[in-house]
Design a protein around this ligand. Structure first.
Ligand code: IPD
Ligand code: CA
Length: 274
């Protein structure tokens, strides 16, 4: 793919994320309806659904042959089919619980894959006004500022971000909390910011040294994933293997040394693949 089309795709993603962000921002300050999906902590609002439809219609108008994977279309029964065809991977609101509880760390995520490789990513936080973006080979940015990961190599001098996630299964939570315990013991501490994409963009810009999570989906990490790697980060599976965006688990570390110290502390949590 030419650099020309990459920059065109990036600009389109930026424009569409901006339009979608205005809808999220408008709704943020109003009363919100909420329904639940797989657990009472897995929330969807009318805004999530409306924004996903809006993003897809804007992109479809411009690129009629492209495919789409979206969180809310999947929740409504559409299967995740990730092929070599250019595919826009969308989370209309990542951090829906933050959105519902008026916590500003909530974002619109738009990623584009070609041949099942993410080539463009935009993570836009309409409330804080931060727009993270990247395209393959072009570096990562927050607004117009280039971003890079932390240079810290010692886990004992690191902050690690994770999430409890949306499952309320007691066994899953117990394993996750034991992971948190071991990481807290080995580091400066653990943070949970409420959005997988925000977590990855924070680490991409040098705020904290790593993020890991079991239970995320491809739309939570596709756009933020290329932002993370273009910022110089290492995006892998928490076992140390290559990342698999459909596998529901991820480790984003600022470097190999931090990854090597974290991996032995993590007990695997099993989720069905996307
Ligand atoms: C969730 C958030 C949350 C993470 C979950 C995600 P949503 O996405 O990113 O931080 O822990 O795994 O599903 O539901 O807000 O789009
Ligand atoms: Ca979402």
């Amino acid at each position: 793919m030419s650099d020309h089309s990459l920059s065109e795709y990036l600009n389109t993603a930026l424009e569409v994320a901006q339009i979608a962000g205005e809808v999220v921002k408008d709704a943020f300050y109003k009363d919100k309806d909420q329904k639940t999906k797989e657990s009472y902590a897995d929330i969807v609002t009318e805004t999530d659904q409306a924004v996903e439809k809006l993003i897809i219609s804007l992109l479809q108008e411009k690129y009629p042959s492209h495919k789409f994977i979206g969180e809310e279309s999947t929740a409504e029964g559409k299967k995740v089919e990730w092929t070599d065809t250019p595919t826009w991977i969308i989370d209309p609101i990542d951090g829906t619980a933050n959105f519902v509880h008026n916590i500003p760390q909530t974002c619109v995520c738009i990623g584009l894959s070609v041949n099942r490789e993410i080539v463009v990513g935009v993570v836009h936080l309409p409330i804080t006004g931060q727009t993270y973006s990247a395209s393959r080979g072009g570096g990562a940015y927050c607004n117009k500022q280039k971003i890079t990961v932390s240079k810290v190599k010692d886990l004992k001098k690191s902050v690690v971000i994770t999430e409890a996630g949306n499952s309320r299964d007691s066994q899953i939570l117990s394993t996750k909390m034991k992971n948190v315990h071991r990481v807290v013991e080995a580091s400066h501490g653990v943070r949970m910011l409420g959005s997988a994409a925000v977590n990855m963009c924070m680490v991409a810009s040098g705020s904290g040294e790593a993020y890991f999570e079991y239970g995320i989906h491809i739309w939570d990490i596709a756009a933020a994933g290329i932002i993370f790697t273009e910022a110089g980060g290492l995006l892998i599976d928490p076992s140390g293997r290559d990342v698999d965006l459909l596998s529901r688990q991820v480790l984003a570390a600022c470097n190999q040394s931090i990854a090597d110290q974290l991996i032995p502390l993590l007990t695997h949590v099993e989720f069905d693949r996307d």
